[in-house]
Design a protein around this ligand. Structure first.
Ligand SMILES: C[S@@+](CC[C@H](N)C(=O)[O-])C[C@H]1O[C@@H](n2cnc3c(N)ncnc32)[C@H](O)[C@@H]1O
Length: 255
């Protein structure tokens, strides 16, 4: 079950991957959080807790005008590397999901479903100016006219009945205690990613890709599927932050 890790900008690495080589993509792109002031937030682990752990930096794609063209670029590359029956899951919050959806249409994807990820233990709304945001959206889309759906796997998540398109899954607050990747600020629960891969992957040798790899939840989910079904699941991870790539190497390459 090899994991391949690339350090770099996905827009540079994706064109080097072979056409039609990937069965499923799971990505959680950075959000269009600061489209009016042209700045994005980045987590700084080296800062001490007394000061803000989030700093602003300039991300040239993170404006209202540039997010959709930027996302269309990596989605177009996604379509190229997917097999004809391959599918993609793209996570988003209310900040970016309308733009992601438009970019997916521009890149030629057909929407299969919008999954609502309901998060019972989500962060509180400290300002009390609005309700607690306790959901995110995951758009599942296909490249071609048909896609694979493992309905038997799906039923296992819903007491033997077909899975519904809202998934109630807590954030992992205790997993990976003491591991460096626990500090990634927007880590997805491995169980969430594993569920997506489980319903979308044929259960034979296959290839998964995440080009916003972060702390490596997709790699861990691919390993989980491989171990559960006794199949080879090759996983390719791309991440541009050197510190996170160090964590990924530690998590997947050093035994
Ligand atoms: C929302 S996080 C993904 C978290 C990941 N799903 C997990 O569970 O750990 C987005 C990640 O994309 C990375 N990133 C942002 N822009 C990138 C780019 N152009 N190419 C590759 N990685 C990028 C960020 O450094 C960040 O780690």
């Amino acid at each position: 079950m090899p994991t391949t890790i690339y350090h770099g900008n996905c827009l540079d690495v994706l064109p080097t991957l072979p056409k039609a080589s990937i069965d499923c993509i799971f990505v959680d792109p950075p959000y269009n959080t600061t489209n009016t002031i042209n700045k994005a937030m980045v987590y700084d682990r080296n800062d001490d807790f007394a000061r803000k752990r989030w700093k602003t930096f300039h991300a040239e794609w993170d404006t209202i005008h540039r997010y959709i063209p930027w996302a269309t670029q990596w989605l177009t590359e996604s379509a190229r590397v997917l097999t004809d029956t391959g599918t993609i899951f793209v996570c988003g919050s209310f900040h970016n999901i309308p733009d992601v959806a438009l970019a997916m249409r521009r890149a030629g994807f057909y929407t299969i479903q919008w999954v609502q990820w309901c998060i019972p233990n989500s962060f509180p709304n400290l300002s009390m100016t609005k309700q607690v945001n306790a959901n995110q959206t995951i758009i599942w889309a296909r490249k071609g006219k048909s896609h694979y759906y493992d309905k038997e796997a799906a039923k296992r998540y819903n007491d033997g009945k077909n899975l519904r398109d809202y998934w109630i899954i807590n954030n992992d607050t205790t997993a990976d205690r003491g591991k460096p990747w626990k500090a990634h600020p927007s880590k997805k629960p491995v169980g969430l990613v594993a569920r997506a891969l489980d319903i979308a992957l044929p259960k034979h040798t296959c290839h998964v890709l995440d080009f916003f790899a972060g702390g490596g939840s997709t790699g861990a989910a691919a390993q989980h599927i491989a171990n559960t079904y006794g199949i080879d699941v090759h996983c390719t991870l791309i991440e541009q932050c050197a510190e996170y790539v160090g964590w990924l190497n530690q998590r997947f390459l050093i035994t």
